[in-house]
Design a protein around this ligand. Structure first.
Ligand SMILES: Nc1ncnc2c1ncn2[C@@H]1O[C@H](COP(=O)(O)OP(=O)(O)OP(=O)(O)O)[C@@H](O)[C@H]1O
Ligand SMILES: [Mg+2]
Length: 205
């Protein structure tokens, strides 16, 4: 039985996920909560190998369904080998991306049928779902400009603006579909402004 809380953070490139994760972790620790950080795709030894297959620009071609299946294969490992055991111990888990990213990137971005993603979600996760998802929202151009100086892009980051605008739109529609779980946060202003919104949400948990 799950005792800890499972929090996920999602959003387009440069939305500020990695920046805010450090803050969230410190904020929860100050409240006496043990929180484990993890990320998707990845989070386990096998999952990180799948991440390399998924994100390396050396992977020249990959069918969109293969991409979706690899994301869920890594996620299955992640849930069983890492997330659930931590939650059962009573600690919290904070994941940089989770299933909403499959709906956004493979659904919105690649245009895969949402019903097929939902079937896969049901198959892999059953009724396991985050207790709360922080969706950091930023216009695609702004997010991209924040991460521009980062150097070589991964295989998915090489997609065009239209792709990422579809990703953003899909994230926003998911937040409307699941308003209780997915908290839409404006991350287009300062780091501090985003932090303040997150603080209010965390205090309500
Ligand atoms: N609200 C903000 N205002 C201005 N700059 C920000 C803000 N949030 C983050 N940044 C800066 O933007 C850059 C990208 O942020 P970060 O790495 O946290 O994004 P990310 O969502 O994790 O991106 P990715 O999806 O590529 O991992 C960092 O240099 C960070 O300092
Ligand atoms: Mg990041």
């Amino acid at each position: 039985m799950q005792k800890g809380k499972f929090i996920t953070i999602d959003g387009v490139e440069g939305a500020g996920k990695s920046t805010q994760i450090n803050f969230i972790c410190g904020y929860l620790k100050d409240k006496g909560i043990n929180v484990a950080l993890t990320r998707e795709p990845g989070g386990t030894e096998l999952g990180e190998k799948i991440r390399t297959l998924l994100l390396s620009p050396k992977t020249k071609s990959m069918h969109s369904d293969t991409e979706l299946l690899l994301m869920f294969a890594a996620r299955n490992e992640h849930i069983h080998a890492k997330i659930m055991p931590i939650l059962e111990k009573g600690d919290w888990v904070l994941s940089d991306r989770f299933t909403d990213a499959s709906y956004a990137y493979q659904g919105g971005g690649r245009g895969l049928d949402v019903d097929r993603i939902a079937k896969l979600e049901e198959w892999v996760l059953q009724d396991f779902t985050p207790d709360m998802t922080l969706l950091l929202d930023v216009p695609v151009e702004l997010g991209m400009s924040r991460v521009e100086s980062r150097g070589e892009k991964d295989r998915i980051e090489l997609e065009d603006m239209d792709f990422f605008n579809r990703v953003r739109d899909a994230y926003i529609s998911r937040s409307k579909q699941f308003p209780d779980r997915i908290k839409l946060i404006d991350s287009s202003e300062t780091v501090e402004h985003t932090k303040e919104q997150i603080k209010i949400i965390l205090d309500s948990l």
